[in-house]
Design a protein around this ligand. Structure first.
Ligand code: ADP
Length: 273
């Protein structure tokens, strides 16, 4: 029997318990699961930027959506914080528990290939501007050979959300979407998005309004309920299911045994219809 692959995205919001997640990894690997971890790190990148005198900058699109402006310096700070610190510390934590974790970013071996968003519209003081030095990307392809090589050799790949453009430039990519693309490329059984909420709430922030299950064909309900960055998780869920993942679980990363809880049905399960 081929062991199931579970891709886990570790949210960066306050309260998400990396050590509880790592403890679950030990048990799941013993049970024969193959795991891939993907993490974010915007908060670390923002803090490092502040410390280095380059606080984060945000742009507002003509439709009113705010996103991070990643010029080259911001990208370098993002690499230092997310790949340098968050990734290494997660790998360290896993190694301490005896797990053969292998830290890499989407740049390594061309793991994540993306197209650069080369002209972004922004609105500043009521005036439209075109930004051409933004280093964010949309993932187009995943080098599955590399990740399967690691899995087959018994490693737990821990991936930082960077990608490489056709021109070989490093790009900042959304971690939820990256996790979804990896899960789809590997035809993972399950994608778990661990975050600082019990799952997807119908009436955010009312934690008693948890949506427990949702078929893929009713994702519009989820998109309506999701506010701000939660929308990216819903879009990621859709991408993963379209790509052949059986179920996506948006679950609480703040509780003990967060991965086991998600796998046992806690959180919001979105499944192919
Ligand atoms: P992460 O670091 O886990 O990716 P984000 O802060 O980017 O987290 O997005 C998750 C957050 O989105 C939750 O912690 C919650 O505050 C917020 N959120 C917005 N809408 C919803 C919703 N409908 N249900 C649950 N959480 C939501």
């Amino acid at each position: 029997m081929v062991e199931p692959i579970v891709v886990v995205k570790l949210g960066g919001a306050e309260g998400v318990d990396f050590s509880a997640i790592c403890l679950d990894a030990v048990e799941l690997l013993k049970d024969g699961y193959r795991l891939v971890f993907l993490h974010g790190g915007s908060a670390e990148a923002n803090a490092l930027g502040e410390a280095l005198g380059s606080p984060p900058k945000f742009i507002t699109s003509p439709s009113g959506y705010t996103s991070r402006y990643t010029d080259r310096r911001t990208l370098e700070i993002f690499m230092m914080a997310v790949n340098g610190k968050v990734n290494s510390m997660l790998v360290e934590q896993l190694q301490r528990l005896g797990v053969s974790a292998f830290g890499l970013s989407g740049i390594d071996g061309g793991l994540l290939q993306a197209t650069r968003k080369d002209a972004i519209q922004s609105v500043e003081n009521g005036k439209r501007k075109v930004i051409r030095d933004d280093y964010t990307g949309k993932i187009e392809q995943v080098n599955t050979v590399l990740i399967e090589l690691l899995l087959n050799a018994g490693y737990l790949p821990v991936v930082a959300p960077l990608a490489v453009s056709e021109q070989g430039e490093a790009l900042n990519v959304d971690a939820d979407r990256a996790a979804a693309m990896i899960a789809a490329a590997l035809k993972a059984e399950t994608l778990i998005l661990l975050t600082a909420a019990p799952g997807l709430l119908k009436h955010f922030p009312n934690e008693t309004s948890l949506i427990q299950t949702l078929p893929q064909n009713r994702l519009s309900v989820a998109l309506e309920a999701a506010q701000g960055r939660m929308k990216k998780k819903v879009l990621g869920a859709e991408e993963a299911l379209k790509g052949g993942v059986q179920r996506v679980i948006i679950a609480d990363g703040r509780i003990p045994s967060p991965i086991f809880s998600a796998l046992s049905g806690k959180g919001t399960i979105i499944h192919s219809s």
